[in-house]
Design a protein around this ligand. Structure first.
Ligand code: HEM
Length: 366
């Protein structure tokens, strides 16, 4: 697609895809022309269903929704959370190293997000067994109306229903983000009707994405032992290494925007009303932007990648995702000499998320 040009018409999805870095960044920057408020999914049903979320909003509505919860994820708030996250990461890694032969997805990548995010959002204990399936389905529902969409959308609707019940019964955990949402509704600063969408807002995007980043990191280090040795010698490289993982294996492949005025993208005229697909994953491997884009190099100057998005909708939870993923890597670096692949990994099927389903590994202790 990158070879075809700066804008590629996908006739089946009826969308203008942007496979190159420059155009993706330009569209993300111009949030006035390229709106999110008509939805960022590749189908009109989900775009209607996800009204009221931060992701699916523009201008002052977007600002208001983002502000309501963002104070929970500021650098200061994250610092106060870091001891808990680090100690949970230590427990997860110690157990995995003791077991030595592990599934990198289940035993390392899933364990920490599942132990951190539901408590932060305040999701009641009784709905947690469905969370992973529901959150994955929410991403599936953002794809085109394909078979995978049909198969999974009932689960995404179940999550919405459960969230409505949580709001109605006020069953959120005390001191959580969910409680902030209910308080704002009580105080009249948030319409009651928006509460359930906001509950899902921070829960749905926070599991598969981080699970993808951690498991891709494990796979990359298992297949690039020289990079692992380098990280062990200089653990200060951990933050950059994580950015390189998110660039190379972009957990979230693409979201769309709607052009609300005629626009020019890369010299191509797009009529008002066009749907435009921002392919973060392709931008992150664009040879016009990156030297040796397919090479995993933890010392690369990588901060400008688009794996967390860019502009006003840039990932609101990236601080937390970084905290979790880096904590796992630091604990591993301190304890593991080599990560070895012991079988063929399998991929999870999802319309939007790129992640392993199973990743058989041996953790060779230091
Ligand atoms: C490695 C992990 C993650 C990746 C790669 C990722 C990626 C992204 C991307 C690409 C966007 C931009 C969407 C757009 O352009 O429309 C985004 C937005 C968002 N992310 Fe993440 N994310 C991650 C983790 C998280 C976590 C842990 C949370 C919650 C705690 C979260 C919450 C959100 C929210 C609420 C938005 C919408 C922001 C807005 O519309 O203003 N994400 N994420």
């Amino acid at each position: 697609m990158r070879e075809l040009g700066p804008v590629v018409w996908l006739s089946r999805q009826r969308v203008y895809a942007l496979p190159r870095y420059t155009e993706c960044k330009a569209v993300l920057r111009d949030d006035v022309t390229f709106a999110s408020g008509h939805g960022v999914a590749l189908n009109p049903v989900t775009n209607r269903m996800s009204r009221g979320t931060t992701l699916n909003s523009d201008g002052t509505d977007h600002e208001r929704r983002r502000k309501l919860l963002a104070h929970r994820l500021t650098p200061k708030a994250l610092r106060s959370m870091s001891d808990t996250v680090e100690s949970k990461a230590r427990t997860v890694v110690e157990a995995a190293v003791t077991r030595r032969h592990v599934d990198g997805v289940r035993d390392l990548a899933m364990a920490l997000p599942m132990a951190v995010v539901p408590d932060l959002v305040g999701w009641p204990e009784d709905g947690r067994e469905h969370l992973l399936a529901w959150a994955g389905a929410t991403f599936d529902s953002l794809g085109p109306l394909n078979r995978q969409w049909l198969r999974t959308t009932p689960a995404a609707i179940s999550m919405l229903r459960f969230s409505r019940r949580v709001v109605r019964d006020r069953s959120v955990l005390a001191g959580s983000m969910g409680e902030d949402v209910l308080r704002a509704a009580d105080a009249g600063t948030l319409p009651q009707s928006e509460c359930s969408a906001l509950m899902i807002d921070y829960l749905a995007p926070s599991l598969d994405t981080t699970i993808s980043a951690i498991s891709s990191a494990l796979h990359l280090f298992a297949t690039h032992p020289g990079q692992w040795d380098m990280l062990r010698q200089d653990p200060a490289l951990v933050p950059n290494a994580l950015n390189e993982v998110v660039r190379l294996e972009s957990p979230l492949r693409a979201f769309s925007r709607k052009a609300v005025a005629d626009a020019d993208v890369g010299g191509v005229r797009l009529p008002r009303g066009s749907r435009v697909l921002v392919v973060y994953a392709s931008a992150n491997r664009d040879e016009r932007e990156w030297d040796d884009p397919d090479t995993f190099d933890i010392t690369r100057d990588v901060n400008r990648h688009l794996g967390f998005g860019y502009g006003v909708h840039g990932c609101a939870g990236q601080g937390l995702a970084r905290l979790e993923s880096q904590a796992i890597l630091r604990e591993l670096v301190a304890r593991v000499k080599r990560i070895e692949l012991t079988g063929k990994p399998t991929w999870a099927i999802n319309n939007i998320i790129h992640r392993y389903h199973q990743l058989p590994l041996e953790l060779v202790p230091a």
